[in-house]
Design a protein around this ligand. Sequence first.
Ligand code: NAP
Length: 263
Amino acid sequence: MSLRYRDRVVIVTGGSKGIGKGIVKVFVDNGAKVVFCARGAEAGEALEAELNKAGPGCCKFIPCDVSKEEDIKRLVTSTVDTYGYIDCLVNNAGWHPPHKSTDETSADEFRDLLNLNLVSYFLASKYALPYLRQREGNIINVSSLVATIGQLDAAPYVATKGGIISMTKAMAVDESRYKVRVNCISPGNVRTPLWEDLAAQTPDAAATLKAGEDSQLIGRMGTEEEIGLTALYLAADATFCTGIDLLFSGGAELNYGYKNRIP
Ligand SMILES: NC(=O)c1ccc[n+]([C@@H]2O[C@H](COP(=O)([O-])OP(=O)(O)OC[C@H]3O[C@@H](n4cnc5c(N)ncnc54)[C@H](OP(=O)(O)O)[C@@H]3O)[C@@H](O)[C@H]2O)c1
């Protein structure tokens, strides 16, 4: 099999689990040199060892909390110190808090989520761009389908994800002068630890998971490998795409559903 991203250097934030893990694995499978981060070292180091054993690319785990600007700076400088250049930045680390109404949500909760889900994407882009410009590289931002279709009792989350799509378009315009592409993937339902944690907080986790599976026309959730391949497509193949929002949704947004919430 030909290697579609051989020797390219990629940063993936939040790469130890879930969607980020799928992206790290697909890039390593395709010959890339990947630096990925998360807060928890155990899962990161285990994945690093597993993928370096398998090859053909390689990876390096760096503990980093993307809600801290100094950590983001260190992630970028360590990548350049290790591999010399950066071809692709995947902004993925983020969180969906348990569902809560607007009345129950504080300003500080909103600000903290904004910092984690949106400002971190801005800062990682800001510090990686000087290197991406040298390589005509690209940025891939992981947003969410709910940025476009909305979601019940999740206004701050939906707002942060909408901001990611808008910022993607703004940076695509700005960075075009350096031939850097900036794109976005919006996942619908992907079975990850985050999805399972949220389901576990509902009265019937198994029923919530089943409803999640049944929300797609394709009749199941997306997999970590499928989203990895979608990111690889944007990085390696979609060289005429910039500023796009690629829905990774299994058709979840199509057709009418039962939506009347009036008591
Ligand atoms: N799963 C879905 O259905 C879905 C749908 C739409 C959008 N998304 C988006 O996709 C992205 C990934 O979601 P996921 O479902 O894969 O989540 P996940 O299963 O919770 O994995 C998140 C990853 O990010 C890391 N992370 C979390 N907070 C971090 C921080 N402050 N600094 C650095 N790393 C951090 C986690 O490791 P540590 O906890 O050890 O830090 C983990 O590696 C998020 O932006 C999410 O909003 C997911």
